[in-house]
Design a protein around this ligand. Structure first.
Ligand SMILES: CC(C)N1CCN(Cc2ccc(Cn3ccc4ccc(-c5n[nH]c(N)c5C#N)cc43)cc2)CC1
Length: 234
């Protein structure tokens, strides 16, 4: 299966990065197909206007619905299709999680709608919900300037789960936040040299005793999780 990813943004250049690294490899081997679109291509005025003042007053500008609607018509089509998943990154979205990434990794078509300014006219989201499967997602409780960085993060989390993307799928199953995994943070990692700037790799990791190593790693994960993410231990 090839996953088609579309990105609608006034800064489509953000997505040039998808041609490099592992994602670039996924594109090369046909696992994903990436299309970035400039929302301004669906404006008709000289200034290629995409925003206007908020109805009801308030700070900042809101993205006009017209360019989004015309872009949807051109990129996705005018017929409803629930198999198309449209993602609106937004500060008011549902927190994006590994299980959401897992679910999205089985989808054949995802369209990211990257807002800017204070956000997108809500009728755009309401319209999209009548046509496709819509997800309003947030990366976390901090403020970004737009949806592009979130779209890139969600893309990486999703694409790496597509069967055939990662060379060693077993490693995915062991990761934190993977389904079936106890919700623990990763233990500390070490590699050669064994001694570096007066600091040595923990002896147990050099012992070759797999039982003791597993025990040490679990204990380290438990300590780290209790210290940094007590919410995961509920
Ligand atoms: C006027 C007054 C009462 N409002 C009060 C609340 N403010 C919230 C506000 C702040 C900034 C932005 C900028 N922005 C535009 C599109 C967009 C998409 C995603 C994100 C985003 N930020 N953080 C995440 N985890 C995100 C995700 N995913 C941010 C975006 C949009 C919205 C807006 C102003």
């Amino acid at each position: 299966m090839t996953m088609r990813l579309d990105y609608l943004s006034i800064f489509p250049g953000y997505f040039d990065v998808l041609d490099i690294s592992l994602l670039g490899k996924a594109v090369d081997n046909g696992l994903v197909e990436v299309h970035a679109h400039d929302l301004r291509d669906w404006t008709h005025d000289r200034h290629r206007t995409v925003d206007d003042t908020p109805c009801g007053g308030g700070a900042g500008m809101v993205m006009k619905p017209d360019p989004w609607g015309e872009a949807f018509d051109g990129i996705i089509g005018i017929e409803p299709d629930p198999s198309v998943h449209v993602i609106f990154p937004t500060p008011s979205g549902i927190p994006f999680t590994q299980s959401a990434a897992q679910e999205l990794s089985t989808v054949e078509r995802v369209v990211f709608c990257c807002g800017r300014y204070e956000g997108i006219d809500h009728r755009v989201i309401d319209y999209a919900r009548t046509m496709w499967t819509v997800h309003e997602l947030s990366l976390g409780d901090y403020v970004l300037n737009g949806g592009e960085v979130a779209a890139l993060a969600i893309t990486e989390a999703v694409v790496r789960l597509i069967p055939g993307f990662m060379g060693n799928p077993e490693s995915l199953a062991e990761e934190s936040f993977s389904p079936g995994q106890e919700r623990l943070l990763e233990y500390p990692l070490f590699t050669r040299p064994v001694s570096w700037r007066g600091m040595d790799v923990p002896e147990v990791l050099m012992s070759g005793h797999h039982g003791r190593i597993a025990e040490w790693r679990r204990e380290e994960s438990l300590l780290l999780t209790r210290d940094r993410r007590p919410d995961l231990t509920d």
